[in-house]
Design a protein around this ligand. Structure first.
Ligand code: AMP
Length: 307
């Protein structure tokens, strides 16, 4: 199968109770692609960076089979820059700076070889760009998964609603689900959001796991209780990358397979938070992943027989 990913490729400055990282490589598409590459090797990115972006990072993409022909490099311009701070409660973060830079007037171009991709991941980025990417596809992908955030809900609600109406799966966190729907109860929020277009909704709850809603059904996947969470940046994107990477590998978009995909997504996200930025993802081996998925299985398995 083949997977196309759109999203930011960026510089991040991150502050957590454990330390600081200045101008480290990040961005939604970066985390998604690195995570998805643990499952599938026919994948590509559509994004934009300035000429300040390091070639070494692009080499890391290539090493993992990630096609960067859709990654535009704008001469004389700066890459998207985001800076955030976490307090002791690692579930909530404060955005300090968002500089759109090259993203401000980005015109995405989907490479010919990815226009009929089977799976499309619309990572967090301007809703209008997410739509332009959908419009350039020559055939409707089997599955379109979209991530977004409060920033776009507040600044471009109309464009965002239009984009949401065209996708199959939306992934957002609990606070964003409440903001988007105006409902506090996540069950009510899910019902409202699914009426906006997506058949499936994933609500991420940080260290409290994730919920998958479909029709009247709901599935819960825990997050692995970790001794130490070093930096939660990119956890949501890694989750999405693992989720869609697994679906692409198995080529099965049934609800039952999505449940498995959520566990794989959660497993990848649990690695991402162990080190600053993308560092842990770069070291990830197939054996690490297998062992971690087994921990997830052990965590939730129990025997009950009801009369
Ligand atoms: P996550 O922690 O999974 O929500 O994603 C963190 C990544 O999102 C960081 O690497 C940032 O570069 C990127 N990011 C932050 N704000 C935005 C935004 N407004 N649009 C797109 N990407 C963003």
């Amino acid at each position: 199968m083949s997977l196309l990913i759109v999203g930011t490729v960026a510089f991040d400055s991150i502050e957590t109770p454990f330390g600081k990282a200045e101008k480290t490589v990040g961005g939604a598409a970066t985390y998604i692609a690195l995570s998805a590459s643990a499952f599938t090797r026919k994948l590509g990115i559509v994004s934009v960076v300035g000429d300040d972006f390091p070639m070494t990072a692009i080499d890391e993409f290539h090493k993992r089979g990630i096609d960067t022909s859709g990654l535009q490099i704008e001469r004389g311009k700066k890459s998207f820059y985001w800076s955030g701070r976490y307090h002791t409660d690692m579930n909530s973060r404060e955005t300090l700076i968002t500089e759109l830079n090259v993203l401000a007037d980005f015109q995405p171009v989907v490479p010919q070889s990815f226009r009929s991709a089977d799976f499309l991941m619309l990572g967090n980025l301007t809703p209008a760009v997410q739509q332009q990417v959908m419009s350039q596809m020559t055939k409707r992908p089997k599955l379109i998964v979209m991530d977004t955030m409060d920033y776009w809900m507040k600044s471009m609600p109309r464009e965002l609603a239009e984009t949401i109406s065209r996708v199959d799966v939306l992934t957002i966190n609990d606070e964003e689900a409440r903001l988007l729907s105006g409902e506090y109860s996540l069950v009510r929020a899910a019902q409202k959001i699914m009426k906006m277009g997506p058949k499936y909704l994933i609500i991420k709850k940080g260290e409290h796991g994730a919920l998958l809603f479909y029709d009247k059904k709901v599935f819960f996947a825990p997050a692995l209780p970790l001794e130490e969470v070093f930096d939660p940046t990119g956890a949501g994107d890694s989750f999405a990358g693992g989720f869609i990477g697994y679906l692409d590998k198995t080529n099965d978009t049934s609800f039952d397979n999505m449940k498995r995909a959520i566990i794989f997504g959660s497993a990848i996200a649990s690695f991402c938070v162990e080190k600053f930025g993308i560092l842990r993802l770069l070291e990830l081996s197939a054996a690490d992943l297998e062992e971690r998925v087994q921990e997830f299985i052990d965590l939730v398995q129990f025997d009950i027989s009801l009369e």
